[in-house]
Design a protein around this ligand. Structure first.
Ligand code: F6R
Length: 612
């Protein structure tokens, strides 16, 4: 979602800001803007479209010099995608303060604030909630930007990460957050502020994260953090664990492809140090303190959205099978509003790559307020969800830049299986049973490596169906969420209409869609429901559909039933999603490239969805 970069220091701000915006492009955006304080005057540029449009505009407007500035990529919430709605936004020019602000989040009470300010004579030039906040800061400004920001934020409800500058204070950058991510990189005589560390690490590896309701006043060589009520708070500067190579494309054409290929290495990191083969144990330091409570819990609910939701579905199967605890999954967005029953012994597990998804965070908060134990399966260290949980397990798959989630998905499934084993071992599972399972887990990265060898074959097969606008993805049991994930991947990056569903459900309506040549992808590995899936394949064939199957290596029978077969290594049924998803990721990738789509930045999508 929206990306924030701000700089105060002794170097020219503009190149740092633009480079930072490019690093944040993966979050998804529709317009971008910059404001720099040059010789005590604000210089601003805003443009719809890519950051390169903004760069061109800046070149046209002449140099933007100055060593203090703010920059933003916007993902529209209030108001259309136009230059005037792009950030930064300024306070009312009549007041002559020259305040500019960038904002990520939503000001929920912006309408009443706007009415109040309009009555006071303010005129607004955009349709955004952010401009209202800029005017509010201007309204309460009395020569001290930090104080004005604190005062304004005391009146605001909603979520925000903001960075604010003021012409009258050329040596001050004020930033604040509540609910939306914000990080402050601490360099020598400079600070780089950003929505996430990818825009910071090129400059410094020392950083602190702002807690909710915290404001930071940054000058070139010092900083002060306080609450919105001006109570001083400590900020802990920590070393960022980040390897710049992880966010570089390297030899790959797209981040999505790079991340698909990174999956074996990523999962080795997920497993590292957590597997005790000899003792038949899984070691999860993050939740060890709650082990007993978890093992005696009565119900486990996995919540997430999108791809993470598919991992939640798989988590449910794994937890029931291995942990033997009644388990369920729910869209976080539905869970939070449906008056969920949280009885004693309920554990809610929030699954999220970014750790910032607004619905997932809110579901977790709702569950906690009703007395549930809150666990997290999260990738981004220190993210809002990870901080809100009682305990959790990080994915450790490294930064995911491509908007379409790939390596995070397998990481989430891997952690869900580890969590289920952790619980199961404390309940019914013998050390031997766990050891066998761990050996199978350990072989997964190599199995994915084999599945990746299919890429050329998948590309050729996909080419045959590339003109088709409607696809079905079907599977049973654990292959059902994988089918859903295959359909989601295809639709989100190639804009082909794709539906995923349980194979048995097809007969209850969707079969009417099947006509001659419609591609129907079956996840049809050898497992307990294999025979049933074969029957479903026959039903599709007899109606003229083109069957594409993901099958188990060595399965000769399926060859006669499918036009194209992608063979994956044989792994235990419970772990099959980790391998069967790979051909579907590759298929979606090749389809999007063939259709000439922007694979890493699909239209209308954002990497982390920080609004409801
Ligand atoms: C799809 C995708 C999204 C996310 C969803 C949740 O490829 O990336 O569906 O999975 O927005 O995001 P996180 O995992 O960050 O909570």
């Amino acid at each position: 979602m929206c990306g924030i970069v701000a700089y105060i220091g002794r170097r020219p701000a503009t190149p740092i800001l633009l480079e930072g915006l490019k690093r944040l492009e993966y979050r998804g955006y529709d317009s971008a803007g910059v404001a720099v304080l040059e010789g005590g005057k604000l210089k601003m540029a805003r443009a719809v479209g890519r950051v390169r449009n903004l760069e061109e505009l800046i070149e046209k407007q002449g140099k933007f010099e100055g060593s203090l500035g703010i920059a933003h990529t916007r993902w529209a919430t209030h108001g259309g995608v136009t230059d005037k709605n792009a950030h930064p936004h300024c306070d009312d020019s009549k007041l002559g303060h020259g305040i500019a602000i960038i904002h990520n989040g939503i000001i929920e009470n912006y309408a009443s604030l706007k009415t109040y300010l309009t009555e006071k004579g303010h005129t607004f030039v955009s349709d955004t909630d952010t401009e209202v906040l800029a005017h509010l800061i201007g309204e309460v400004y009395k020569g001290d930007l930090e104080k004005a920001v604190q005062a304004a934020l005391r009146e605001v409800t909603g979520a925000y990460a903001i960075a604010v500058v003021c012409q009258k204070e050329p040596d001050v950058l004020v930033v604040a957050r509540k609910g939306s991510p914000l990080m402050v990189g601490v360099g020598k005589d400079e600070y780089v502020v950003a929505s996430d560390s990818s825009a910071i690490v090129a400059h410094t590896t020392q950083a602190f994260t702002l807690a909710d309701y915290t404001v930071a006043k940054l000058t070139r060589d010092s900083f002060r953090t306080s609450t919105v009520d001006d109570v001083p708070v400590n900020a802990q500067v920590k070393e960022l664990e980040f390897d710049l190579a992880e966010i570089e494309l390297g030899n790959f054409e797209h981040y999505m492809l790079k991340e698909i290929y990174e999956q074996p290495r990523a999962l080795r990191m997920t497993l590292q140090g957590r597997v005790d083969m000899r003792g038949g144990q899984i070691v999860l330091g993050g939740i060890s303190q709650l082990a007993r409570q978890l093992a005696t819990s009565r119900r486990i609910v996995f919540v997430g959205q999108g791809t993470a939701l598919h991992a939640c579905m798989i988590g449910t199967y794994l937890m029931e099978e291995l942990g033997k605890i009644p388990s369920d999954w729910s869209y976080a967005s539905e869970f939070r509003y449906r008056n969920p029953i949280v009885e004693e012994g309920t554990v809610v597990v929030a699954v999220s790559q970014s750790g910032e998804t607004a619905d997932t965070l809110a579901a977790l908060q709702e569950a906690k307020s009703r007395g549930a134990m809150a666990l997290g399966i999260v990738n981004v260290v220190g993210s809002s969800i990870s901080r809100e949980t009682d305990a959790g397990v990080y994915l450790r798959v490294g930064p995911e830049i491509g908007v379409a989630s790939t390596k995070a998905f397998v990481g989430q499934v891997m952690v869900a299986s580890m969590l289920s084993l952790f619980v199961g071992r404390r309940r019914y599972l013998s050390a031997d049973h766990v050891t066998k399972f761990l050996q199978a887990l350990d072989r997964i990265p190599a199995a994915i490596e084999r599945a990746l060898l299919l890429s050329d074959h998948i590309k050729k097969a996909t080419e045959k169906y590339i003109e088709r606008e409607n696809w079905l993805f079907l599977g049973r049991g654990l292959n059902w969420p994988v089918a859903l994930e295959g359909a989601l991947k295809l639709k989100e990056i190639s804009y082909i209409h794709a539906e995923g569903m349980p194979a048995a459900e097809m007969k209850h309506g969707p079969i009417a869609l099947i006509d001659k040549g419609m591609p129907v992808v079956f996840v049809a590995t050898r497992n307990s429901q294999y025979e049933k899936v074969l029957s479903n394949i026959q039903e599709v064939r007899s109606r003229g559909g083109h069957v594409i199957a993901v099958a188990t290596e060595g399965d000769e029978d399926i060859k006669s039933m499918a036009e194209d077969v992608f063979y994956v290594p044989d792994v235990p049924e419970l772990l099959q999603p980790l391998v069967t998803v790979v051909p579907l990721q590759l298929m979606a990738y090749h389809a999007a490239v063939m259709r000439g789509k922007d694979v890493d930045k699909p239209r209308n999508l954002a990497k982390s969805v920080t609004v409801e």
